[in-house]
Design a protein. Structure first.
Length: 379
């Protein structure tokens, strides 16, 4: 039995974005204090932290300073410097460890780890030259997606290859950043789904309801729960997520994004070892939110119920949506509007989200679509 981190102690968070902010809000409700390491001033998590260390993630002196204030440490996104996490793992209590962080920071390492766990991923090949890319495409075919192995998110750091004539151009576009690349087969999926699983320091595991995800411009637009998939597909997705959690010796939260091709075929697309955008619906729609659950897991509490209280639609509020939402708050009153405390409302930047619950899935979708359709009409 792992020792309990009692309320009144301080949870350190590596990363100061919105995930850290919502994690910190949950931790505050449970009686914890918060310290954060984040390079940007006035970051979302720093706004509500007791201690804020403003420094780069690979700053060892700053990491030591954070450690002086913390009783337990966690992280809010996987692009945290893995060497810093490893250093902190050896100097203080980081129950998640640095191994999974190291694995999921790199797309090829991540895909290999998923395969090693006995879970299918879409066909891929690591590439570092135009010649290697050409050879890989002969194996996996076109269309395909070329991605940087590290650092890309929300469609950044990737190029779709549709024709052979685009190969050199696509490689050169990303090679400006790095030649550590991976090419993945284009998957003709029917649906995109995600499963969020939590595993505690005591080995207890809990799985949230499967979310159905809709992306626009490679950015998550909406998550709808329950997902419109068969019970067999849902069970398969949950089993895949639990298998990964066990094989990875997970502590904390793991989000598993998947492609559903048909009733028989489900591929893992990506994994993230922390709370996830597609799990924001859990704040209002589940008995325990993904953020409450994460805090429970790393602090040694029993995990809470993941029961879905009502069907739900979560919609991201991007920078270009902020003015419309604020000018029409009455239209959004049927749901729950969250803003993350970010100052610059840039196009494509996640500034908040809006959650709508309904007696049925169709009711939640109808309420959401009415308001968002009016939003689209203003463009």
């Amino acid at each position: 039995m792992t020792s309990l981190i009692k309320p009144g102690k301080t949870i350190g968070i590596l990363g100061g974005g919105q995930l850290g902010r919502m994690m910190a809000l949950s931790a505050r409700e449970m009686g914890y204090r918060i310290a954060v390491l984040e390079p940007k001033p006035d970051a979302p998590t720093a706004q509500i932290a007791d201690v804020s260390v403003e420094a780069a993630y690979d700053d060892r002196k700053a990491a030591k300073q954070l450690a002086e204030h913390c009783d337990v440490l966690t992280y809010e996104f996987e692009n945290i410097d893995a060497d810093t996490a490893s250093f902190l793992e050896n100097t203080m209590y980081l129950p998640q460890g640095s191994k999974l962080l190291y694995t999921t920071k790199h797309r090829v390492r991540e895909k290999q780890a998923v395969q090693d766990a006995g879970v299918e991923v879409s066909p891929y090949r690591p590439v570092s030259s135009v010649e290697a890319l050409e050879n890989a495409l002969q194996d996996i075919g076109c269309p395909a997606v070329l991605k940087t192995c590290q650092g890309g998110y929300d469609g950044k750091g990737q190029v779709v290859i549709n024709e052979d004539t685009e190969i050199k151009e696509a490689f050169q576009e990303l090679a400006v950043q790095t030649t550590d690349l991976v090419v993945e087969a284009w998957i003709p999926f029917e649906k995109e789904i995600s499963v969020i699983v939590t595993r505690s320091t005591n080995g207890e595991t809990a799985v949230f309801p499967v979310g159905e995800n809709i992306h626009k411009n490679n950015i998550l637009h909406q998550t709808i729960v329950p997902a419109s998939i068969s019970s067999e597909t849902e069970e398969r997705a949950r089993e895949m997520a639990c298998r990964l959690a066990e094989k990875f010796e997970l502590v904390g939260t793991l989000a598993v994004e998947m492609f559903v091709l048909d009733e028989e075929t489900v591929y893992v697309n990506e994994v993230a070892p922390r709370p996830h955008n597609s799990g924001h619906y859990t704040i209002e729609a589940c008995a325990t939110s993904q953020f409450d659950q994460h805090v429970r897991a790393v602090c040694g509490w029993p995990l809470g119920s993941t029961e879905l209280l009502k069907p739900v639609v979560m919609t991201n509020i991007l920078g270009e949506d902020v003015s419309y939402v604020l000018d029409n708050l009455a239209e959004f009153a049927e749901g729950h509007v969250h803003f993350y405390g970010k100052q610059d409302a840039k196009t494509g930047r996640k500034m908040g989200h809006w959650t709508v619950l309904g007696a049925t899935r169709n009711e939640a979708m109808a309420t959401t679509e009415k308001v968002w359709r009016e939003r689209m009409d203003t463009e």
